[in-house]
Design a protein. Structure first.
Lengths: 187, 187
DNA sequence: ACACAAGTAGACAAGTCGGTCTACTTCATA
DNA sequence: TATGAAGTAGACCGACTTGTCTACTTGTGT
């Protein structure tokens, strides 16, 4: 049944996100989920495969959330504001779908899997590309050239990740507001 | 002898930085260092204490490097350029003292130690405060009000950490140059 | 009604983890 | 010269790791 699989992914994500992947054992995931070990290993060949599935899940959930937030905003500069307002809500745990804030899951995981060639690290890199694509789409509603849009999107992502990192490491939840100020100056 | 201690810290840092703290066991550190386990435990009460010492070492080395790079630049906007030029050299492994680039060690480690109350996480937060203080000192050579200096320093740090994160996760070593462009627009 | 897939609990294997300890060797200095 | 600190190698401990496997139970579709 796919329900068990989904449950495992969800519980694994919550634990991995809070404590780090290496710090959480399979047994802990199973205990929290109330699922037998054999069931896990019928759905996933290894812990690494579970980690990949978790990354995939989080990527989809995060993109869906971000897309929705940006779509809801008016076209033009309001899209830029919407990006950082969304971050602000995330940092302040006002978005249940994203789970309690512990920074960017993909930054955290790629820190644990040093080798840039490995599948896990590359999934993290892909997430950042996906996010930038969504930001780019929003930015294209501004009255700018193709090239200017691409550059602006890249810069906004730079600010976004800086803010996420600051909110995570220093616990400074106002980082989104600061980044918003900078973004305003840029557009 | 303090030489063994220093050797342990150095080798441990190289391994932790490359592979992550949880992914590296005490035994691996010892094997690489050619040092007996007992010696390690005469210098450090536990692995956690070793991790703390490693964080302390890296913080000092990084601050020294950054301070020197910023001091060497002319006063004024050149200081801002110097910051991102320094990052660019780091990303491209042109700074041996910083070891091969694997992102910000403190971001990586704080991702592995989720609890923001624990000593390790707080040491990571302190590093970011220390860095911002150095950036602030450099920014103060610009002709700006106290408040404007503080805000600019915070924004530059946001950009800096965004660039580090991008260079790390996506392997995009040009991130420093992009961040420099944004910074130029801000000053 | 019955077969079969999917679930359960949990013992077990093989290995690694952090950490302790014994027994021995250097080596500097009082 | 003798003592004690600091080093060595590595056996050992208990706990934990991922992953396999057995034996049993549940539930659904034909």
């Amino acid at each position: 049944m796919s329900a068990k699989r989904q449950q495992l992914i969800l519980n694994a994500f919550a634990l991995f996100y809070e404590k780090g992947v290496h710090a959480v054992g399979i047994n802990e995931v199973l205990a929290v989920s109330g699922i037998a070990k054999k069931t896990l290993y019928t759905h996933f060949a290894s812990k690494e495969e579970l980690v990949c599935a978790v990354l995939e899940y989080r990527n989809a959930a995060y993109l869906r959330w971000l897309e929705q937030r940006l779509d809801a905003a008016n076209e033009g500069v309001a899209k830029v504001d919407a990006l950082f307002d969304a971050l602000d809500d995330w940092f302040h745990d006002r978005e249940e779908v994203l789970f309690p804030f512990h920074g960017c899951f993909f930054m955290n995981v790629s820190g644990e899997y040093g080798d840039p060639e490995c599948a896990i690290h590359q999934q993290c890199a892909k997430h950042k590309v996906d996010v930038e694509a969504i930001v780019l789409r929003a930015v294209k509603t501004l009255d700018l050239s193709e090239q200017a849009c691409a550059e602006l999107a890249a810069m906004l992502c730079l600010l976004k990740d800086g803010a996420i990192s600051k909110a995570r490491v220093q616990g400074d939840k106002t980082a989104a507001a600061s980044a918003k100020k900078v973004a305003r100056q840029l557009v």
